[in-house]
Design a protein around this ligand. Structure first.
Ligand SMILES: *Cc1c(COP(=O)(O)O)cnc(C)c1O
Length: 369
């Protein structure tokens, strides 16, 4: 029997998914207003090139980029970046911290036949592994936020001579404050906290990373055109991509960056996601049936809250009831296999909507059985 949730309990916006995630209505209106002066026009002409330039400038401002750092962008999302990194960023061997699905996917891409097998440092989902300076490793890589488990890791440079620190910020970028000088490559796709659509990857890169990219490109290693980071550097500097980008993705991203910056930037965004996720963690700590999945409070993600339930609750049935009432994508990461809800608390999501969601979950828990 379907539970009907009273209207006064419902959040204004029912999108709590971790990606693709909520796109604010104002962004969609802005895209519609840009309309025929942008969509359906050449990506080699000023309307699109200026848009790419604006995205790059706003990201540079948001991340407080020091001199010499640059914003790169290429097609194919973060998944394409992993392959591009195997071809053009890892010189001999990477060390990959794996504490969930996404860290694991980069480790797989780094297991390329022309490289030494990656040094994989694994930890159980819900916890964290740490990097260790190791001879022969020239890339240290881990996710800023492991979206599959809701664990956030520090962004802190590994002090190994000549090695690069490479951070997957796909779900963290623009939602967790950090010091960009602690990374050489801080890469992400915009369909998560940055409230845009998929298909693109972007990165803030250090001078050392640019030097590495140029050196490997000149080394004679075979690199496919589409995955060439040297190509990305050259095109990004011209505010363009090798092949056609999704113009709507760029526009939605640009308006999201404008919105975050006008509200106070990374500092504001980080405080807002911390407030939203804190509501859920506090609720779960006090709840009889629920508990935060990540036991170490310092490792709990501010942008992806994972909440476990005891055997008295069928979390999948709760997520199904929420979905039937217009609250979508609260299911856990499909391969994690836990009795859990996973709730995005990205910057676009109103803290008041998280408060309402908690009321809704409480209501569903009292109604069942
Ligand atoms: C979603 C996600 C990815 C994959 O992004 P795509 O753009 O779909 O390739 C990679 N890493 C993390 C941490 C993610 O959350």
């Amino acid at each position: 029997m379907a539970i009907e949730i009273p209207r006064e309990l419902l959040p204004v916006d029912g999108r709590f998914g971790c990606g693709p995630s909520k796109v604010r209505p104002a962004q969609i209106e802005a895209l519609a207003a840009a309309g025929s002066s942008l969509l359906g026009t050449s990506h080699r002409q000023p309307p699109v090139k200026n848009l790419v330039g604006s995205v790059r400038e706003r990201l540079a401002t948001l991340f407080r980029l020091p001199d010499g750092y640059e914003i790169l962008l290429g097609n194919g999302g973060s998944t394409a970046f992993w392959d591009a990194a195997a071809f053009g960023l890892i010189e001999h061997r990477s060390q990959n911290l794996v504490f969930g699905e996404f860290g694991g996917k980069f480790a797989k891409a780094a297991a390329a036949p022309w490289l030494e097998a990656p040094d994989v440092r694994k930890a159980e989902p819900g916890s964290l592994s740490t990097a260790e300076v190791t001879d022969g490793v020239d890339v240290y890589a881990w996710p800023h936020n492991e979206t599959s488990t809701g664990v956030a890791a520090p962004v802190q440079r590994i002090a190994a001579d000549g090695a690069l620190t490479v951070i997957d910020a796909t779900s963290a970028a623009g939602g967790i404050d950090f010091d960009v000088t602690q990374a050489d490559v801080y890469y992400f796709a915009p369909q998560k906290n940055l409230g845009s659509d998929g298909g693109l990857w972007l990165a803030a890169v250090s001078p050392a990373a640019i030097e590495r990219i140029e050196r490997i490109a000149a080394s004679g290693r075979y690199i496919p055109e589409f995955l060439s980071l040297k190509n990305v550097v050259d095109n990004s500097r011209l505010n363009q991509t090798l092949n056609t980008p999704a113009l709507s993705t760029l526009h939605l991203l640009d308006s999201q960056l404008e919105w975050i910056l006008s509200n106070g930037g990374l500092n504001w965004a980080g405080a807002r996601t911390t407030e939203s996720s804190g509501l859920l963690y506090d609720w779960a700590e006090k709840s009889k049936a629920a508990t935060p999945f990540v036991t170490d409070a310092a490792q709990r993600s501010p942008v992806v809250a994972t909440i476990d339930f005891d055997d008295s609750v069928d979390a999948a049935a709760v997520a199904k009831t929420l979905r039937a009432n217009g609250i979508v994508d609260t299911e856990p990461y499909r391969k994690l296999g836990r009795n859990q809800l996973r709730i995005a608390t990205f910057v676009s999501i109103e803290p008041d909507d998280v408060r309402q969601l908690i009321r809704v979950i409480d209501y569903v828990l009292t109604q069942r059985g």
